[in-house]
Design a protein around this ligand. Structure first.
Ligand SMILES: [Mg+2]
Length: 186
């Protein structure tokens, strides 16, 4: 069964649950992140949890970049605060352009780059179009969003329902490794 362009490779509850150490061992070297609601609430600055995650990813040896549809000051400040390699702002996701630019700048490719984001119609669709493995996460703060995002969430709920049926029917999913319950960053 072919995977539909709106279906994520996997869907997990939080970016902070993903076992990035395991993924590094599997050969991944580049990480592309959406920012708003993937790492912190919409327009919120980097918090300690985000800073800890990125210093850990840096320590593991990853390159990481942020590809966001938000404006430059927001994405630039977030990237600076967590020590990111770079960012693409007003990326126009689901266009694949920002993903391709990020991979070019990190010197990584479709095989060793992973994308993490919270929205199907921008993040996941764009990653699939760029041919990048992706993990969808539950939004950090769901109901404090602008109205157009809330409307998109309703459509996403329908797509996620279809995705659930697809998985039940044996559709292909690339399981993302998760940290063990309560495991610390090390
Ligand atoms: Mg987002």
């Amino acid at each position: 069964m072919a995977k539909y362009g709106w279906f994520p490779d996997d869907y997990v509850s939080s970016t902070y649950d993903i076992d990035f150490h395991r993924l590094y061992e599997e050969g991944y070297r580049g990480l592309i992140f959406d920012v708003d609601n993937t790492l912190v609430p919409h327009n919120a600055p980097a918090d300690q949890q985000a800073k800890d995650l990125f210093s850990y990813l840096n320590h593991l040896g990853y390159f990481f970049m942020f590809v966001s549809n938000n404006k430059e000051p927001r994405v630039r400040d977030f990237c600076r605060d967590v020590g990111g390699f770079g960012y693409v702002y007003l990326a126009g996701k689901p266009s694949p352009k920002g993903y391709v630019e990020a991979m070019e700048r990190m010197g990584t490719n479709r095989e060793n780059t992973l994308f993490i984001g919270d929205q199907i119609l921008t993040d996941i669709w764009g990653a699939n179009r760029a041919g990048v493995r992706n993990i969808m996460v539950r939004p950090v703060k769901k109901w404090h969003e602008e109205i157009q995002i809330i409307l998109k969430r309703l459509l996403e709920a329908v797509i996620l329902g279809a995705y659930g049926l697809y998985k039940k029917a044996g559709g292909a999913v690339r399981k993302a490794p998760l940290k063990e319950e309560g495991a610390s960053l090390k």
